[in-house]
Design a protein around this ligand. Sequence first.
Ligand code: BES
Ligand code: MN
Ligand code: MN
Length: 458
Amino acid sequence: MPDIAPYLEENREQFEEDLCELLRIPSVSTDGAHREDVRQASRWVADHFQQIGLTAEVVETDGHPIVYAESPPVEGKPTALVYGHYDVQPPDPLSAWISPPFEPTRRDGNLYARGATDDKGQMLTHVKSVQAWMEAIGTLPLQVKFLIEGEEEVGSGSLRPFIRANLDKLACDVLVISDMSQFAPGQPAITYGLRGITCFELRLTGPKQDLHSGSFGGAVANPAVALTKMLGGLIDEEGRIQVPGFYDDVLTLPDSEREQLASLPFDQRSFMEQLGVTELAGERGYSTLERRWARPTFDINGMTTGYGGEGSKTIIPATAAGKFSFRLVPNQDPAKVAEALQTRLEELCPRGISMELEAQHGSAGFVVDPTRPAVSAAVRAIERGFGRPPVFIREGGSVPVVATLIDQLKVDCLLLGWGQNDDNTHSPNEKFCLADFHRAIKSSAYLWHEISRVDFDA
Ligand code: BES
Ligand code: MN
Ligand code: MN
């Protein structure tokens, strides 16, 4: 392949500056107050594609815009489709940030900003590698399409119908997604499975208004107590989820995979240190990596009820609400879980309390076949970009639309995480390691060469 390294070397600073520009746009998809910022980010992404010589469009939806771009088709060569997202999570709590979330700041080799690793920085590596081919060599060795959405962090509601309506446009041989992590610093990885997720809000109502807990306590059901008991009733002491039928479709992990996961150099001590915990917890009978990557979970994400201000206030709150989610593993159906959950919560709901359960969004977990030729191509590309071959991992997070893309387009899928586990994703002081940013651009540039030689019909 032609030598692309000098171009990448000369443009390091420009690549970083471009990323900083995108990071300055606060494209928080869940927050209506940022609607215009999200639009602006979509335009920035589309303009950027055009500047590097791709055709690009901003597709309006009922929610946030989708950006689609493509390079010219290359006769007799495969097509790759890169999926990514330009939306980000809210930055709060603001006071915990060392530098402001939307003022990208370099500190000890990292770039700090909301979205640095999730997913603006990771997504941009593929844009920059395409730019490098087009500018340094004049043409790409295959066709690359880009599908970059603004609703990943809120469940990809608008993208699903877009995919179903545009199967020809999105037709490709392989999907490429960088929206996850390496195994550890210096140890790149290829991810062969992600968990699914299904999110809920439970709203409980008791008396018509807050009541004095002395005058009325003991006579009526307390919605806050009911909420803790009901949610508490969804999981037992051994970390087993208490929803009838929940485990019916969970596949048993083969011994060979358990051995493979156990062989990864995972250090429990430093993991605990990284998280600031003194003990690890989870489902009995499984290792930490199994619990994080290959077993389903239940988590409460937030609760709103009663008085949380200074001092005390002796009331029975009129209402209580909780947001919670289950991580799902391949073969579990989010809709089936939602149905069983409704029944279970109705059972747990005490008399005198009325409940309303809202199923918010769901997506299935999946694994991909790591023996596909496209995966070997990615192994070679990463080895050249990072100077070390990747290990094979699963991840516990979810990218809601990937299962739909694989299913609808019937294609191979490469999950190439460039981040690190300590990037503070969704947390204060999110960062992306700049050396990884450049190694990832290089790997991506080699990936186009490697994929262009894969025979997808074989
Ligand atoms: N990039 C993450 C997914 C991820 C995180 C994969 C960590 C692997 C490791 C993605 O942006 C994300 O945060 N997804 C959400 C989806 C949800 C909002 C529907 C998630 O996993 O919580
Ligand atoms: Mn992401
Ligand atoms: Mn995210």
